[in-house]
Design a protein around this ligand. Structure first.
Ligand SMILES: Cc1cc2nc3c(=O)[nH]c(=O)nc-3n(C[C@H](O)[C@H](O)[C@H](O)COP(=O)(O)OP(=O)(O)OC[C@H]3O[C@@H](n4cnc5c(N)ncnc54)[C@H](O)[C@@H]3O)c2cc1C
Length: 238
C-alpha cells in the first residue's frame, strides 16, 4: 500500500508524568507502511488540518498495527494533546519520515544524550535492540530536573535488566540536598560523557530535543570531546 495520510483512532492515552502523555494510534484496516525505528510521524486534528506537528515515534519498527508518540505539554499542539486527547479521538497521521536512525551494527556503541522529553525516540531504539537481542551497545545519558521527571523510568530499568548491552544513566539537575537520590547530580558535561566512551571510533552519538539542548550537546561532543561530526546524529525539535 502506498504511503498515505490516514485517520487513526487513539487506542489509549496514557499519562507518563503529569505533563507527558503517550498516545497509541491504531492503524486503520488495511494500513501497511514500511518505516524505521527512530523516525517521526506528523499529526493534525481533523478540525485544524493546516496545523501539523511532528512527533518522534516512541515505539519501534517491530511494533506493527499502531504508532506510539510521547508528548510533553508545550505550545499549542503539545498542550492540546496532553490536556485533551483521549481514547476514541481521531488524528490524521502523515507516515513516518526522518533520518535519526540507530546504527544497529554489532560493533557499534550508541550514546544517546537526552534532556526531558527528548528521550522519546530512544525508547524505540532500545525496544528494537532488546527484542532482536542485538549486540549493539546502547547507553542513554539522560538529564532531568528531578527524579519525578524521568519519562519511562520503570520501562528503561526493565529493559536494562533484560538487555546486558543497554545502560540507562540519569543525572538530576535540580534535586534538593535532602533528596535521597544516590545517582548523579548536575548537568551533562564532557567528563561524564567521556567516562562512557570505550572505543571512540565505533561510537555514534545521538542528541534529540529542543534546539538549544541539541546544539549544546553537539558542541560538547564535537568541540570538547573532539568526536568527528560524522559520528553524530541530531534531531532538533525547534
Ligand atoms: C522531528 C520532530 C520530532 C518531535 N518529537 C516530539 C516528541 O516526541 N515529543 C514532543 O513533546 N515534542 C516533539 N516535537 C515538538 C512538537 O512538534 C511541537 O513543536 C511541540 O509539541 C509544541 O507544540 P506547537 O509546535 O504547537 O507549539 P507552539 O504553540 O508553536 O509553540 C512553540 C514553542 O513556543 C513557545 N511559546 C508559544 N507561545 C509563546 C509565547 N507567547 N511566549 C513564549 N513562548 C511561547 C511554546 O512554549 C513552545 O515551546 C518534535 C518536533 C520535531 C520537529
Amino acid at each position: 500500500m502506498a504511503k498515505i495520510i490516514a485517520e487513526m483512532a487513539i487506542e489509549t492515552a496514557t499519562m507518563e508524568l503529569p505533563d507527558t502523555k503517550t498516545l497509541k494510534l491504531q492503524w486503520p484496516e488495511g494500513y501497511e507502511v514500511d518505516f524505521k525505528t527512530g523516525q517521526f510521524i506528523t499529526v493534525y486534528w481533523p478540525d485544524t488540518p493546516t496545523y501539523k506537528r511532528a512527533y518522534s515515534l516512541s515505539s519501534c519498527a517491530l511494533d506493527r498495527g499502531f504508532f506510539e508518540v510521547t508528548v510533553k505539554r508545550d505550545g499549542k499542539m503539545g498542550t492540546r494533546i496532553v490536556d485533551w486527547a483521549k481514547a476514541g479521538d481521531k488524528l490524521f497521521v502523515i507516515p513516518p519520515a526522518g533520518k535519526f536512525l540507530p546504527v544497529m551494527e554489532p560493533d557499534k556503541h550508541l550514546i544517546c544524550i537526552a534532556g526531558g522529553s527528548g528521550v522519546t525516540p530512544f525508547r524505540g531504539f532500545v525496544r528494537d535492540a532488546t527484542r532482536r537481542q542485538l549486540a549493539t551497545r546502547i547507553t542513554i545519558l539522560y538529564s532531568v530536573r528531578t527524579t519525578a521527571d524521568i519519562i519511562f523510568n520503570k520501562e528503561f530499568r526493565e529493559l536494562a535488566q533484560a538487555n546486558p548491552n543497554f545502560k540507562f544513566e540519569v543525572t538530576c539537575t535540580r534535586l534538593g540536598q535532602e533528596d535521597p537520590w544516590t545517582g548523579r547530580r548536575g548537568r551533562i558535561d564532557a567528563a561524564w560523557v567521556r567516562s562512557h566512551i570505550g572505543d571512540a571510533a565505533n561510537t555514534v552519538f545521538y542528541a534529540c530535543g529542543p534546539t538549544a539542548l541539541v546544539e549544546g550537546t553537539h558542541d560538547l561532543v564535537v568541540n570538547e570531546l573532539g568526536i568527528p561530526k560524522t559520528q553524530m546524529l541530531l534531531e532538533k525539535w525547534g
